[in-house]
Design a protein around this ligand. Structure first.
Ligand code: TEU
Ligand code: CA
Length: 557
């Protein structure tokens, strides 16, 4: 292993406002992170208790999923007061204490900004419903309809029509998610003004940025737009959205913050408007690489798809823009189950691929200890509204309960939402009472305390990768190139600067395979800096076995 300190000297100073390029993020789903007051729900004081753990892991910032006042139809993504903390999570004082303590440890905090929609319990919507001439009527989208016939045939992401009829005024309101999440009308300048004030309020409180939820949906096509091939087209990155995104950017630019937009439906060849030097956000979460490919009944992801999609995003953003890197989040199953076989070796292999790509990595809570999917046995164990809706749709189509369950839970959001496994203690050390969602039984082996103790654990591998990335200019700024593009299981790429070239070589399968590299390379010049298996010097012909990962470096000057 090379001395990492040597790398530090080469590290270029990135300009102050691009601190996020050298940073590693960690996503916290607060309901499931740590329960401090024994009610079975994770909370802000739980996060405060675990800040030293996050510091030890080596991350620089935390993104916290919504903690605002909410009826929790969509676990906090239905906000009824943007400037209040949900009582499940604590108080505004707890939040301020968390922010202060995090900052003292050198950790930044990114909040979730959910402005495509509010809760139907938000005071604006309660007003809006009252009458056609209510001052808040136009804060949302209303259209003439009857109880039987909606204004058009558009379908929502969570299933069913995008329209819900309201008897009081005999019109329907529009929602791309659940009916309890009415979409805000961004055309209305009062709406925008109120949202912008709220954004400034949070930024002035001293937070370090935003993850901007579902932001590619804020502009809609006219209601008579005809859907052809893509059923989401009427509200995916629709022309005109740029006006609003530029207004947002103007506010963000006043602060030295990180912004990451969730940009579903933005193709890689259009991404430079979203994340270039003059893009709307510093970086975006694209949703293509983690898309479900193949059989409905299968839980397995496709490695060739993953490679191809990540390659497109890496190369498209090479000269303009910046990638937000992730393999899992609160909406997806666990990556070690989707792309691996639930083993620590698979988790380490995936970590190696992810962390050393070009972009800012986001580690999802539990990923660093190798948390896996949950073996859901009945629909009663599911909380996620979209999974329940999917299950009911399958039953209505005539599927038997077992089959419907298998298909519906396969890709359920709840795999990623089971409580964090802290230690081999009841409820995995998450809480002293029955948690809001079941803890995976494998907490006895897969838990943070255990992984901190084991020398060569997945946790320590994450630590090493984070340190390596942060200390190495080539792994932050170096050019990306995919090698062995046609190999079905090996993920191999280089990161190159004027002075050195790094090669990341990972077998994403539990079997042996062979690979070959160009004869012209100076194999004796390559140093092996990191391995998850035995030392295996870089060679023209190589054999790789079970989830082996290697990192090599060649000095070019
Ligand atoms: O998810 C957004 C989301 O899933 C859609 O933007 C996506 O385009 C669509 O599902 C693609 O098929 C965010 C949050 O991450 C999620 O938890 C929330 O439920 C959702 O927004 C609503 O706020
Ligand atoms: Ca609690």
């Amino acid at each position: 292993m090379a001395d990492l300190a040597v790398q530090t000297k080469q590290k270029k100073k990135t300009e102050k406002n691009s601190w996020w390029k050298e940073a590693v993020g960690y996503q916290i789903y607060p309901r499931s992170f740590k329960d401090s007051n024994h009610d079975g729900i994770g909370d802000l004081n739980g996060i405060r208790q675990k800040l030293p753990y996050l510091k030890e892991l080596g991350i620089d910032f935390i993104w916290i999923n919504p903690i605002y006042a909410s009826p929790n139809v969509d676990n906090g993504y239905d906000i009824s007061d943007y400037q209040a903390i949900h009582e499940d999570f604590g108080t505004m004082d707890d939040f301020q204490a968390l922010l202060k303590e995090a900052h003292e440890l050198g950790l930044k905090i990114i909040m979730d900004l959910v402005v495509n929609h509010t809760s139907d319990q938000h005071p604006w919507f309660i007003e809006s419903k009252k009458s056609l001439d209510n001052p808040y009527r136009d804060y949302y989208h209303w259209a003439d309809a009857t109880n039987e016939v909606p204004p058009n045939n558009w379908q929502s992401f969570f299933g069913g029509s995008t329209w819900t009829y309201d008897e009081t005024t005999e019109q329907s309101y529009f929602h791309v998610f659940a009916k309890e999440q009415p979409d805000l009308n961004w055309k209305n300048s009062n709406v925008r003004h109120e949202i912008y004030q709220m954004i400034r309020w949070w930024l002035d409180l001293g937070i370090d940025g935003f993850r901007i939820d579902a932001i590619s949906h804020i502009q809609k096509e006219p209601w008579d737009f005809k859907i052809t091939d893509n059923q989401w087209a009427p509200f995916m990155n629709v022309a005109g959205i740029e006006l609003y995104l530029k207004e947002l950017r103007a506010i963000f630019n006043e602060y030295n913050i990180l912004t990451v937009g969730e940009a579903s439906g933005v193709p890689h060849h259009e991404a430079d408007a979203w994340t270039g030097d003059h893009g709307y956000f510093n970086m975006i979460f694209e949703l293509e690489h983690c898309q479900r490919i193949g059989e409905l009944g299968s839980q397995k992801g496709s490695i060739p798809h993953l490679k191809q999609s990540l390659n497109e995003w890496q190369t498209s953003l090479e000269h303009n823009g910046w990638n937000a890197l992730y393999l899992e989040n609160h909406d997806t199953p666990r990556s070690v189950s989707v792309y691996g076989d639930d083993s620590p070796e698979a988790a380490k292999a995936l970590a190696t691929v992810l962390l050393l790509l070009k972009g800012t990595p986001f580690i999802y809570q539990g990923q660093e200890v190798g948390m896996t999917n949950y073996p859901f046995r009945s629909i009663e164990e599911i909380n996620a509204a979209d999974t329940i809706h999917f299950y009911q749709t399958l039953l209505a189509q005539g599927k038997m309960t077992n089959e419907a369950l298998k298909i519906a839970v396969n890709w359920s959001r709840d795999h990623g939402r089971t409580p964090f496994q802290w230690e081999n203690a009841s409820h995995g050390g998450f809480s002293t009472t029955e948690p809001w969602l079941k803890v995976n039984e494998n907490y006895r082996i897969i838990n943070a305390a255990q992984k901190e103790m084991e020398n060569s654990s997945i946790f320590h591998h994450y630590q090493t990768l984070i340190r390596l990335k942060k200390q190495t200019d080539a792994l932050i700024h170096g050019t990306f190139e995919l090698l062995l593009p046609e190999h079905p299981t090996v993920f191999c790429y280089t990161r190159t600067t004027d002075t050195e070239r790094w090669l990341i070589l990972v077998q994403l399968d539990r079997k042996a395979t062979s690979v070959s590299f160009p004869a012209s390379w100076n194999y004796s010049e390559w140093e092996e800096l990191l391995t998850t298996a035995n030392i295996n010097p870089l060679n023209q012909q190589m054999t790789l076995s079970d989830y082996e990962a290697h990192v090599y470096r060649e000095k070019l000057v």
